[in-house]
Design a protein around this ligand. Structure first.
Ligand SMILES: [Zn+2]
Length: 277
C-alpha cells in the first residue's frame, strides 16, 4: 500500500513536470507589429513636459508659410496668455502661420500653449522677460540679461533657442531716453552683431491702446494693408479678447484680397522703425 502511494506521488510529479515543460516549450506567438503612435501622444496640446528638443521632422508637417508680393505676418506680443489657445485654434482652422513675441510673465503657466504654438509651426520669438522699461533700458547689461532670461525660459519649454527679437516699445521708442541716452542705438547694433534679428511692425492693429472693440481692431488693420510685406502688431494678453474676436474677420478679408500669410524667420526682410534714441 505504502509503495503504491509512493508510486502514485512520483507519477503525479512527473505529470506536473511534463505539464510545466509543455507550457515553457510552447511556441510563442509572433510579436505584433506596433501601429502608429496613438494620437494622444502626438497631440501638441498635451501637457506632458518635453525635455528633449523636438526634431526638425516634427515641424515639417506644419502650417505652411507663404511669402508672396502681398504677405501678412501676424505678430502677437506679450503672450502667452489664456487666449493663446483660442488664437492657435483660429490659425489652425485657417491654416495660416504667425509669430509670437513672448514674455516671461505667464510663460510657465501657459507653457502647454507655447509648446503647441511651436509644434503647429509658428515662430516663437523673444520680446522680453520682465517687460519693465525702467529695468531693461537702464543699461545695456540689464537689457541683455533680460533677453537671456526669456531666451532660456523659451529653450526650456520648446527645446530651441530663438534669434528673432522685438524690443518692448519697438526700436523707435523714446521712453528709453529717460533711462539711458543712446541705449537703443547700442543694443540694436549688438543684437545684429550677435546674430539676433529684430523686427518692428508697419501695421498697427491699435490693440495696445485701451479696450478697442473688435470692429476698431479690424478696421485699423485692414485699412493699412498694402502690397509687399505687412507686419501686423497685435497682442496676446489676458485683456485682449477683442483682438481674438477680430482675427477671423481680418483673415477672411485678407484671403479674399489675395494676401498670403507667413511667419517671421531670420530670412524675412526686416521692417524696422527709425531709431530715436
Ligand atoms: Zn510688449
Amino acid at each position: 500500500m505504502k509503495q503504491l502511494s509512493r508510486k502514485f506521488i512520483i507519477i503525479i510529479c512527473i505529470i506536473v513536470i511534463l505539464f510545466i515543460l509543455a507550457l515553457l516549450l510552447k511556441p510563442q506567438p509572433e510579436i505584433v507589429k506596433v501601429g502608429p503612435i496613438p494620437k494622444a501622444f502626438n497631440n501638441p496640446t498635451t501637457d506632458l513636459p518635453i525635455k528633449e528638443p523636438r526634431s526638425k521632422e516634427k515641424r515639417e508637417n506644419t502650417i505652411p508659410s507663404v511669402v508672396s508680393n502681398k504677405t501678412i505676418y501676424l505678430t502677437f506680443d506679450d503672450g502667452p496668455s489664456y487666449l493663446t489657445n483660442n488664437i492657435l485654434d483660429i490659425l489652425s482652422q485657417e491654416n495660416i502661420p504667425a509669430t509670437f513675441f513672448v514674455v516671461g510673465r505667464h510663460l510657465e503657466k501657459y507653457q502647454a500653449s507655447l509648446r503647441r504654438a511651436y509644434q503647429d509651426g509658428h515662430t516663437i520669438a523673444l520680446h522680453t522677460n520682465t517687460h519693465n522699461y525702467q529695468y531693461i533700458y537702464t543699461s545695456d547689461e540689464n537689457y541683455f540679461n533680460d533677453l537671456k532670461a526669456i531666451s532660456d525660459k523659451v529653450f526650456n519649454i520648446i527645446g530651441q533657442h530663438s534669434r528673432i527679437v522685438r524690443l518692448p516699445g519697438g526700436s523707435s521708442n523714446t521712453v528709453s531716453r529717460k533711462y539711458n541716452k543712446g541705449i537703443i542705438t547700442r543694443i540694436t547694433k549688438q543684437l545684429t552683431e550677435n546674430n539676433y534679428y529684430y523686427f518692428d511692425w508697419n501695421i498697427d492693429s491699435g490693440d495696445a491702446s485701451g479696450q478697442l472693440s473688435k470692429e476698431q481692431i479690424y478696421h485699423n488693420t485692414i485699412a493699412s494693408l498694402k502690397d509687399g510685406s505687412n507686419i501686423v502688431l497685435m497682442h496676446d494678453s489676458n485683456t485682449k479678447k477683442s483682438t481674438v474676436e477680430a482675427l477671423p474677420e481680418i483673415i477672411k478679408y485678407a484671403k479674399e484680397h489675395g494676401y498670403t500669410f507667413a511667419r517671421i524667420t531670420k530670412d524675412t526682410l526686416p521692417i524696422r522703425h527709425h531709431i530715436n534714441n
